[in-house]
Write a protein that binds this ligand. Sequence first.
Ligand SMILES: C[S@@+](CC[C@H](N)C(=O)[O-])C[C@H]1O[C@@H](n2cnc3c(N)ncnc32)[C@H](O)[C@@H]1O
Length: 295
Amino acid sequence: MLTFGGFFFTDQMMLNKLPVVEDDGLITPEVGSWAEYKYRLVWNYAKVFSSSMKSKWDSLVYIDLFAGAGHSKIEGTSRIIPSSPLLSLELPDKFNKYIFCDSDSEKLNVLKKRVNRNYSSHDVSYVEGDVNDNVHNIFSHIPMHSKDVKVLSFCFVDPYRMKNLHFNTIKKLSEKFIDFLILIPSYMDANRNLTYYINESNSTIEDFTGSLKWRENWLLAEKERLKFGTFVAGVFGDEMGKLRYIYSGLSDMDLVRSHDKNLPLYHMSFFSRHKLGYKFWKETRTYSNDQLNFL
Ligand SMILES: C[S@@+](CC[C@H](N)C(=O)[O-])C[C@H]1O[C@@H](n2cnc3c(N)ncnc32)[C@H](O)[C@@H]1O
């Protein structure tokens, strides 16, 4: 057992192997095997967050901005695992409220079926549509914070590509007490499509990072031979810093690589305004590590 930040971390709090579920015949998107690390990160962080914060806050809220259908099949195998929204429901200490968003109505309906089947006692709300147009709708489901009712949220942000997420959405959400775990599609999108994004008429990087100065900064970074994917992750982190989130550099992020060719894919980044969140994040990264989980 480890003590950390005044809390106890036991094998039961971390180090979980992901559960396997039966094929229920409903929509089950395929994901690469590297997605398992992402799932362990969100599951382990949600677990330590809900267990440690329940005595300090009156209401804990889990928000999944890009929730998907609830099950994922690992490519090239017959293994089906619960994905982020169902993992967040499968915790020893429940959140008081869950908010699941997705623009795909078919996936959201399948998610509802899966939630109702096994987690009917949890308080779940669904927001259908583009998250960037629906922050007011998300807000309407978050309990009102007051001096008598303290509300803390944890938000998982898992877009396919940069154009799915506008920085302004994160900025608006950050008006609440909220920690973020954000997948930055740095290599699988930004780096791969560099020539497209640096076109003067393309606003994707500006919309995704919220930075108006990224073009002039990129000219400098390029001279220092920085990869565009790494540059974009850094710009995103810097802009989170401007929202008073603690950002001390890329070492706080995990660059996740493909298992077959070891190619960089995306950065998993965590943002909180409190140091304790980073202690939890550091532990989560250690205990979600692939090697430990393959033992
Ligand atoms: C990478 S998947 C995330 C799946 C899920 N987090 C998981 O654990 O498997 C991205 C999801 O976001 C949805 N999506 C894409 N753009 C969106 C947007 N602008 N607003 C809301 N949902 C969006 C897609 O329908 C898809 O289900």
